[in-house]
Design a binder for this molecule. Sequence first.
Ligand code: UDP
Length: 356
Amino acid sequence: MKIITIIGARPQFIKSSILSKTIGKYSEINEVIIHSGQHFDSNMSEVFFEEMGIKKPKYNLKINSSQKGTTMIGRMIEKCEAILKIEKPDLVLVYGDTNTTLAGALSANNLNIPIAHVEAGLRSFNHFMPEEINRIITDKISTYLFCPTQKAVENLMKEGLSENQKIFKCGDVMQDAAFYYAEKSAIKSNVISKINLSKFILCTLHRAENTDNEIKLRSIVNSLNEIHKTTPIVLPLHPRTKLKIQELGLNLNVNIIDPVGYFDMMELLKKCALVLTDSGGLQKEAYFFKKNCVTMRDETEWVELIEKKVNIIVGSEKDKIVNGVNLMLNQKSDFTSDLYGNGNACHIIVKEISNK
Ligand code: UDP
C-alpha cells in the first residue's frame, strides 16, 4: 500500500512525526512525504525533521507564505496533482487545517484518491478564520475522518456524511506525540537553564486574526508588557508576528526567544506556571502537562477545555487578558479526565487505513 502524506506547517510536522513512526512499523505500507514549503525557516521546519527523525520528504514544493491565501493553495494543488499522477498512491493523508491541508485534499479529490483527514470535525464556527474553511472543505471530501474528541464526532454527525465517509474517534495524535517526546526532551533540551527563570508564563502568538489586526496586536503587546512586570513571560516569537511587530514599530518588552524545537517546547511546558496563547495545539499541550491556559482568541475548537475550566477565552482586550492571567495563575484545576484519548490515536489510525 502506498500513502502520500502532505504536510507543510509546524504543527503538521509534529503530528506526522508520531504517526509516521507507527506507519513505519507496518512493512506493507510505503509512505512518501510531500512538503509544501508553507513553513520554510529552519527553526519552523528543518529542526523538527532533525529532532524527531521525520523521514526526508521526497518532494519539496517550496511554496511558502510569501504567496497569499488562494494563490498559495492554487500553486500547491497544481504541483501536488502532478506528483500524485506519478506516484499513484492508494491514500492521501492530511493533517489539521492549513492551506497545505486543503490543497493536498483538493488535489487528491480531483484524482479520486481516497483521503484520510487527521484532526477531522473540529469547528470554531468562525467563518472569517481561513482555517475553519480549510477544515470544513477537507472534511467534506475525506473518506476517513479521524476525530480527536467526542465534540468533533458530534460536529461531523450534525453536518451529515456522504455514503463513503467513515468517522473514527481515535483521540489526539498530539497527545501521543507529547507523551513520547516528553520522555526524551529532558535529556535533549537545555532551554530551561538558558532562560534561567524560576517562574514564567509560556506565551505564543501567531494567529492571523491577531497579527494582521493592528488594534488587536497593539492591545496584546500592551497586555504582555503589563503582565511581564509581575510574572516574566517567555515568548518564542513566530516569524509572522515578528515581522508585524517590526512593521508597526511596537515595543514588546518580554523575554523574546526564537521559535524553538519540540524538545525545548516540551521542557517549557513542563516548567511554566501558565500558558498564554492563540495557538490551537498549545491549548491542548497545556492540558497534557497539567497547566492552565489563557487563550487570546474569541472562540476555540477545543471546547472541552473550557467546560473543564482549565482554559479561558479572553480575546485581545488588555483588561480581559491581564485579569484572565491573574485568575488562572492562581487557580487549582483538575486535569484527570482523558479528554484526548489514551495515547493510542496513531495505532487506531494506522489500523484503519491499512485495513487490518
Ligand atoms: N511549537 C514549537 N515551537 C515553538 C512554538 C510552538 O515546537 O516555538 C509547537 C507547539 O508545541 C505545538 C505546535 O508547535 O505542538 C503548535 O503549532 P502552532 O501554534 O504553530 O499552530 P496551531 O496549533 O495553532 O495550528
